[in-house]
Design a protein around this ligand. Structure first.
Ligand code: SF4
Ligand code: SF4
Length: 425
């Protein structure tokens, strides 16, 4: 891949040596975690291909689209209503921030005690490692947690930045503010692209993104089966890829994967042993290539069957209502759907706890692992209340904090194995 795309990466001003080293590490990591799985679903070959071309073919597609006048808009958070971007014939890319590379550079301009996700996106930009960043005409941030919103102030010196104000409560007054923010975002995208957003093109975009959510819901629902028909790490990967692949192509491929899973379910075939302990992971989003917790859990004889996460059910559970007629109605439908995301940045956030309990019961999990990145206050603090309520419900729970480096992997494994041992007794 390197020779094929070197001139493109050079034009994008990547640090070619550091970038090659990053791809090599990623390839090895991917082989150990993913390709080593036995009886893997055939449909995962598409995902393997997308990963193998992560900085190649998709970037070339973006460059070709840009040459044809389309704009590329990068986002970090599932609160950004991507339908508005697609409606203006621009391309939305969920920028990942799941690797440690570039951390030293990030720490030159940010405090060390920030979560890995923030340091990752700043570090990737400063170290010139990410062709997605370099392809973006606009990067959209949001005022979710304090770390992100203050980091964006600095990040704006390096990239074309736009920040959306996200309310932190869900009263009607907050929804009014949120509606104004969505309209302000629509205006921004119209001025970036020179294209008017209409009821027609917004409705079309809503249906495309809803279809993608439906395919991911279908996959998630198949994970209710015993034994689980897909590993948690593969399901996580599918969700991660959904953020940057072409949505129509992705939807088609994931529906094919689901057809294959349904066949396997009928035959009672699974890649996961029937005795594997069923686990839910809940908490901070896991951006690509953050596969650490899933790997530790699944290589300890358990299987993850549900992610209560923004790279998981929080992003796919709710659809945008599709019956709107006017532009105003479509905007209202976006306001409604996006207000239902239960990020820990909200207060109060009881619906998140209700969702965790409901999914734990419906997916018949034996225990919940709450996951937060170190220094992520919203999720770490919220884990306390979740643990207390799950205890009342009789659902075993453990809270783990970690980051992107591998130094604590054995420590993590010891804690997870002890938890699984309790669940097996
Ligand atoms: S956890 Fe909150 S801030 Fe992070 S992506 Fe999800 S909604 Fe956005
Ligand atoms: S993981 Fe937590 S601290 Fe980090 S960006 Fe997300 S909400 Fe903020």
């Amino acid at each position: 891949m390197t020779d094929l795309y070197n001139s493109m990466w050079e034009k994008l001003n990547l640090d070619l040596d550091a970038h090659a080293a990053l791809l090599e590490v990623l390839g090895k990591f991917y082989g150990d975690i993913y390709l080593s799985q036995e009886k893997r679903l055939k449909g995962m070959e598409y995902i393997d291909f997308v990963i193998s071309e992560i900085h190649g073919l998709r970037i070339r597609e973006l460059q070709e689209a840009k040459a044809n006048g389309q704009k590329v808009v990068g986002t970090f958070c599932i609160f950004v209503p991507e339908e508005i971007i697609w409606a203006a014939d621009a391309i939305a890319i969920g920028l990942c921030a799941g690797a440690e590379a570039g951390k030293e550079k990030a720490e030159e301009i940010l405090p060390r005690n920030l979560c890995s996700l923030i340091k990752s996106f700043v570090g990737f930009k400063l170290s010139r490692l990410c062709p997605f960043f370099e392809s973006c005409d606009l990067i959209v941030g949001e005022t979710t947690c304090d770390g992100k919103k203050k980091a964006y102030e600095i990040f704006g010196d390096y990239v074309p930045m736009y920040v959306m104000e996200i309310p932190q409560m869900k009263r009607s007054i907050d929804k009014e503010l949120w509606r104004k923010e969505i309209v302000r975002f629509k205006d921004k995208i119209e001025s970036l692209t020179g294209r008017e957003i209409t009821a027609e093109n917004l409705g079309k975009a809503v249906r495309i993104i809803n279809d993608r959510r439906r395919a991911l819901q279908r996959l998630n629902n198949l994970r209710r089966h015993h034994p689980a028909p897909i590993s948690g790490r593969d399901a996580l990967l599918v969700n991660q890829i959904s953020f940057y692949d072409d949505p129509k192509r992705f939807t088609q491929q994931i529906n094919k994967l689901c057809d294959e899973i349904e066949d396997r379910v009928k035959r009672g075939d699974s890649i996961v042993p029937s005795e594997a302990v069923r686990i839910m992971v809940s908490g901070c989003p896991m951006a690509i290539p953050n596969w650490k917790l899933h790997y530790v859990v699944e290589s300890s004889g358990a299987v993850i069957v549900f992610e209560e996460s923004c790279v998981g059910s929080r992003n796919t559970r709710d659809l945008v209502e599709e019956s709107s007629k006017s532009l105003d109605e479509w905007i209202d439908a976006l306001v409604d759907r996006y207000s239902r995301i239960n990020c820990a940045c909200f207060t109060p956030n009881e619906e998140r706890i209700d969702n965790i309990i409901q999914a734990a019961k419906e997916w018949e999990v034996k225990g919940v692992i709450h996951y937060h990145l170190n220094f992520c206050q919203p999720y770490e603090i919220e884990s306390f209340k979740i643990g207390r309520i799950l205890a009342k419900e009789g659902i075993p729970f453990i809270s783990v904090g970690t980051d992107y480096n591998m130094e604590d992997i054995e420590q993590l494994r010891t804690r997870i194995e002890a938890f699984l041992e309790i669940l097996r007794t």
